[in-house]
Design a protein around this ligand. Structure first.
Ligand code: NAD
Ligand code: MG
Length: 359
């Protein structure tokens, strides 16, 4: 790996104009040992952000030119896949916010990491928290991993009550301020479903040892139950600058502007998720257990449906209907390479597009 004499980490930031991207810029600006060498976005201008920039197109071209020490992949959606695979295959450490690429291509990504030898540092808050609680311990010492969910803006509401909620209601997240796609995913709990699959691949735990609990204040980000009866949890105010900084300064754990937790008067509340009102969580677990390209299909159909929901072309309840229909109708056998995976993604998108007009 290329490192300069001052031991500066050279960072390529993909998705620099997004919610994670902007917070990453703040973290990088605050640390002289972090140097931004490349920045990219999907369509918004990134001129002047870094010596090398790119808008749209194949982001691996930018990565080839930049030869960074760390790639922070904060692109949204399956579009982040080439960059994820490039970093893992090239042995360049990957700070991963783009969960969709790991969900869709879990086996291929882990095989690329095995060949490349790169570190895979999760930026998703629950997975950064889990990574820290697990600290490289073997899956055998773990009873289960609990991912917490805020429950989103519709926590406590019934399926009937949710059928016709509008995008602006779904976009009003109670604890996190994020891009539109993940905010809708948080309202449907598809986000927590994607995160279960993400955790399965990151930590090598089977689905029956992954739990989701609703925890409205988002103070506990994850909790690991060990086989000896002990449990370790990661707590902090919900602020993505903490996991972004952790991944970029790993293993240093540098200071951030985020205040330390005030424990006096703090109470913690947890309850089981309502799988009837939020069917996408159960569908994601099924897709994960099913394996093959089921997670890829789940993700692709969800991306298409969320976009259509944001454009008010389908209802909130239709999102889960379209994902369920896609999983029922499509071939879910494993992809042997990235071409087969991309074909599966495209097929699922085409199917979901067709299902939109029937919704
Ligand atoms: P966002 O919509 O705010 O930003 C997305 C970024 O990706 C933008 O810079 C956009 O230009 C870029 N982009 C989109 N399509 C692209 C393409 N085809 N090629 C290149 N760049 C493209 O999204 P976000 O909320 O910052 O989320 C980014 C990722 O991080 C998502 O995978 C999300 O699930 C994950 N994540 C976000 C948060 C959060 O707090 N925002 C928390 C956990 C995980
Ligand atoms: Mg998360």
């Amino acid at each position: 790996m290329r490192r300069t004499l001052r031991d500066v980490k050279r960072i390529a930031l993909l998705g620099a104009t997004g919610s994670i991207g902007r917070q990453a810029l703040e973290i990088i600006a605050g640390h002289p040992e972090l140097e931004l060498v490349a920045a990219a976005s999907g369509s918004q201008p990134v001129d002047g952000l870094a010596p090398l920039t790119q808008v749209g197109g194949d982001l691996t071209e930018l990565l080839e030119r930049a030869q960074p020490d760390v790639v922070l992949n904060a692109v949204v959606g399956f579009a982040g896949l080439p960059a994820t695979l490039w970093a893992l295959e090239s042995g360049v450490d990957l700070a991963l916010a783009n969960k969709e690429s790991l969900v869709a291509a879990g086996e291929l990504a882990l095989a690329a990491q095995e060949r490349g030898g790169a570190l895979l540092l999760p930026v998703d808050s629950e997975h950064s928290a889990s990574f820290q609680c697990l600290e490289g311990r073997s899956p055998a010492s773990v009873d289960s991993l609990v991912l917490t969910a805020s429950g989103g803006p519709f926590r406590g509401r019934s399926a009937d009550d949710l059928a016709d909620v509008k995008p602006e209601e779904a976009l009003a997240h109670p604890t996190w301020n994020m891009g539109p796609k993940i905010t809708v995913d948080s309202a449907t709990l598809a986000n927590k479903g994607l995160e279960l699959i993400e955790a399965h691949f990151l930590f090598g735990l089977p689905y029956d040892r992954l739990e989701v609990l609703v925890h409205p204040t988002s103070i506990v980000h994850a909790l690991v139950r060990f086989r000896d009866g002990g449990a370790l949890a990661h707590l902090g105010y919900p602020d993505m600058r903490v996991p972004i900084s952790y991944a970029l300064t790993y293993p240093e754990r540098a200071a951030t502007p985020v205040p330390s937790l005030d424990l006096v008067g703090l109470t913690l509340e947890f309850h089981a998720p309502d799988l009837e009102a939020f069917p996408l969580l159960a569908l994601a677990t099924e897709a994960g257990e099913r394996g093959g390209t089921a997670p890829c299909v789940f993700n692709a159909a969800n991306e298409v449906a969320v976009e259509a929901f944001l454009e008010e072309r389908i209802s909130f309840a239709d999102i889960a209907e379209i994902v369920a229909a896609s999983l029922e109708s499509l071939d879910l056998s494993p992809a042997r390479d990235v071409e087969e995976l991309t074909a599966s993604d495209e097929q699922a998108r085409a199917y979901a597009q067709g299902a939109l007009s029937r919704a």
